[in-house]
Design a protein around this ligand. Sequence first.
Ligand SMILES: O=C([O-])C(=O)C[C@H](O)[C@@H](O)C(=O)[O-]
Ligand SMILES: [Mg+2]
Length: 429
Amino acid sequence: MNLTITDVRLTPVLVADPPLLNTQGVHQPYTPRLIVEVETADGVVGVGETYGDTKYLELARPFAERLRGRQVSDLNGLFTVADEVAVDAARVLGQTDVGGLRGVQTADKLRLSVVSGFEVACLDALGRALGLPVHALLGGKVRDSVEYSAYLFYRWAAHPAGVPAETDDWGAALDPAGVVAQARRFTERHGFTSFKLKGGVFPPEEEIAAVRALAEAFPGHPLRLDPNGAWSVATSLKVARELGDVLEYLEDPALGTPAMAEVAAGTGVPLATNMCVTTFGEIEEAFTRGAVQVILSDHHYWGGLRNTRQLAAVCRTFGVGVSMHSNTHLGISLAAMTHVAATVPGLHHACDSHYPWQSEDVLTERLVFEGGRLAVPDAPGLGVELDRERLRRLHRRWLDDDGTLRDRDDAAAMRVAEPGWTAPAVPRW
Ligand SMILES: O=C([O-])C(=O)C[C@H](O)[C@@H](O)C(=O)[O-]
Ligand SMILES: [Mg+2]
């Protein structure tokens, strides 16, 4: 068996995205992702996926060049390679990603986000070569299926008139009745039993009413609300008081560890984050201050599946829960999340996934939720197959774009509907 990497292919794509609202603005009609393929001397191909904005592509290209001649089994070596790739300081100094929705922006985190796509591709290739599923390469699954939650968004029925976009039949969701209708559709289609509402869009009273409506429609089901740090400490505490009896956790109510610590000190409602702790360097302060009770890991930020397991071990040590965050992603990343989630003991919360919102994929077959869960694949590698024609089509879209959609910018998308819109200052309420 020859595990030497002989070819690496990077394919940026633009994927259709509905008009989902958040505190920064609204999703653009197409969102960038990067598909990574590594091929071994034996012709085994492994696939990975990560963020596709320009700054990730800028790093992925020199990274890919350095991989030829290395072994797909040399997963630790990926981090050494990453250290050799220079990050343009202008990409990180004083920069945030999508207005801060992805937490801090550092050179290391940028590198790790790129490493994650390659690590998953190498694990897929290694698993295929050895005839083992990725979860086995991570030490073995401790569960046969992974639970996901319905990721509810306030949304418009369609992108603004005149904007080239795909359409869907979900309709608008801009009030409690719309949110409950969306949740019902999620349960009918995918069997989800826990619900997360993306907040920070409307004044907190309206979002409290939406969560109350969900609690009435789905009594006893786990509910979460995530305003992406849009609230002050006082507002966060007020929401926690009003919804404490129905919330599984409150996600990033206020921005940054000090504010989260203040909120945590004033409420018994657990706080979760995918914003104030997105790097190993941020753990110590947050954990010693008791600022967060659940870390929502995004394996892209954290540098891949094996680093996610390390994060889970640190969380376990400190009695902090762990679950998974998601940004708009395709089936490759969903499969990767499912493999790693299957290996993490004590995963007590359903994972997030945007996948149901993505009508397009680069796989031959979509992953299917049953009863709100994904079966953990036991086929070699990730257990998914790339559809080259679909990949080619989504790449064509990226090639044809003049650059406006190649970097996610929710505030820019909102300006199309509301000229003059800028991402609101925080705290917004
Ligand atoms: O939990 C989160 O913060 C996210 O999923 C971040 C995303 O960027 C979300 O806000 C979105 O897709 O609008
Ligand atoms: Mg969040």
